[in-house]
Structure formats: C-alpha cells, structure tokens
Design a protein around this ligand. Structure first.
Ligand code: PGA
Length: 219
C-alpha cells in the first residue's frame, strides 16, 4: 500500500457551498492521488468524482431496515466510496461506541466491500498497549488502523516520533496510520514511520492539506 493521507472533515464545514469550495481547491491543486476525503456523509454525493478516493466518517452495523437516522456501509459503497472511518475516538467517547459495536461495523463494512479505517488509541492516563490490545481484539488484519492517542487529537500536542514508532513496531503485521495534530511542519517525520496519516483540523485548510499530501511526492 502506498502511504495514505486521509482527510477527516468531522462535522465541518457548515454548508454544502463551503464543502464544494474546499473540495474544489483541493482537487485543483493536489498532485498526490493517494488521498481519501471524508466529508460529512450528506455532502458525499455532491463531491464524489473520478480520480479521488472518498470515505464516510462512520457507518451502521446493519445493511438496511428500521433504524431511523442510520447510514449503512452498503449505502456508502453504492454512492462510490471506497473507505469508511470506524471507531473514531469522538464516536467512542461522545457517542459511547463500544469495541463490540465497532467490531460489528467493521464486519458489515467489509461485507459491503468498503475498506475500514479503524481508529485506536489511549487517553492520557491509560496504558497504550493494554488499550490497543482491547481495541484490536478479534479484528482481522486486512483493515487499516489509525493510531490516534486521544490527548493528541485537536490539541496541538503530538505523540512523539518514538511513541509512534513503538506502536508501529507493536502492530508490525498491520497497516498503521498516525493521527493527532498533524500539520505540514510535522507530517514528514510521521510519514517516515507510519503507513499514512489521518488529518482532522489541518484538512479543513485546503493549502495546508495540499502541502501535507504532496510531501509524499518527495519521500
Ligand atoms: P486533528 O484530528 O488532526 O485535528 O488532531 C485528527 C482526527 O481526529 O482524526
């Protein structure tokens, strides 16, 4: 796998017009095509186009049925997405998603033919490897993991390169991305260790995201 740069727009921007403007600036200036844009699901059909990979930020664990408000992996696949982020720490903490629920989502996503990007990582007072063991238990190896320590997300406080290297080595037979306050200044260091990056805040700034993505062309 080439290194993947994933843009996680989270619940941003507030309008379709802004999402279209952000995406068209990215599309016009991007050289590296190993990127995945994950906008809010509702914007996906208006943005999806040839030549760029798209993903959803979450999915349901059933294919269809009486589940008001849910979006299934099969639906996400049917509009042209290739990836889905599952178990982001914001979903685990704010929406109380459990490891079992995450496992069910991974299973359904794979059944639909999507590639799951599964987020793992510890909070400040937790042991990294104990938490990772719990989070990857019974999860097959043919998915992408994103190591995102909770204290590094949106804080400007990065995990150290040594820490990411340690996690990378611990999970040596898996694909592991790094996420947590990545920007154009620190992206290159992480890209030398990890299999790619999951970018939140910096992916909402087209110039910054393009800079980060195009670093790969120099490595
Ligand atoms: P951040 O978010 O880059 O803003 O720290 C990363 C993420 O939550 O995926």
């Amino acid at each position: 796998m080439n290194s993947l740069i994933i843009a996680n727009w989270k619940c941003n921007p507030a309008t379709l017009k802004e999402a279209q403007e952000l995406f068209s600036e990215i599309k016009e200036n991007i050289i590296n095509k190993d990127i995945v844009i994950c906008p809010p699901s509702i914007f996906l059909p208006s943005l999806i186009c040839d030549g760029i990979n798209f993903g959803a930020q979450n999915c349901f664990w059933k294919e269809s049925g009486a589940y008001t408000g849910e979006v299934s992996p099969q639906m996400i696949k049917s509009i042209g997405c290739k990836y889905v982020i599952i178990g982001h720490s914001e979903r685990r903490t704010i929406f109380n998603e459990s490891n079992d629920e995450i496992k069910s989502k991974i299973k359904q996503a794979k059944k639909a033919g999507l590639i799951p990007i599964v987020c793992i990582g510890e909070s400040k007072n937790q042991n990294t490897f104990e938490i990772i063991e719990e989070q990857i238990k019974d999860i097959e190896k043919d998915i992408i993991l994103a190591y995102e320590p909770l204290w590094a997300i949106g804080t400007g406080e990065n995990a150290s390169i040594d820490k990411v290297r340690e996690v990378r080595e611990y999970l040596k037979d898996r694909k592991v991305l790094y996420g947590g306050s990545v920007n154009s200044q620190n992206a290159k260091d992480y890209l030398e260790i990890a299999d790619g990056l999951l970018i939140g805040g910096a992916s909402l700034n087209a110039k910054e995201f393009i800079k980060i993505s195009n670093i790969l062309c120099d490595i």
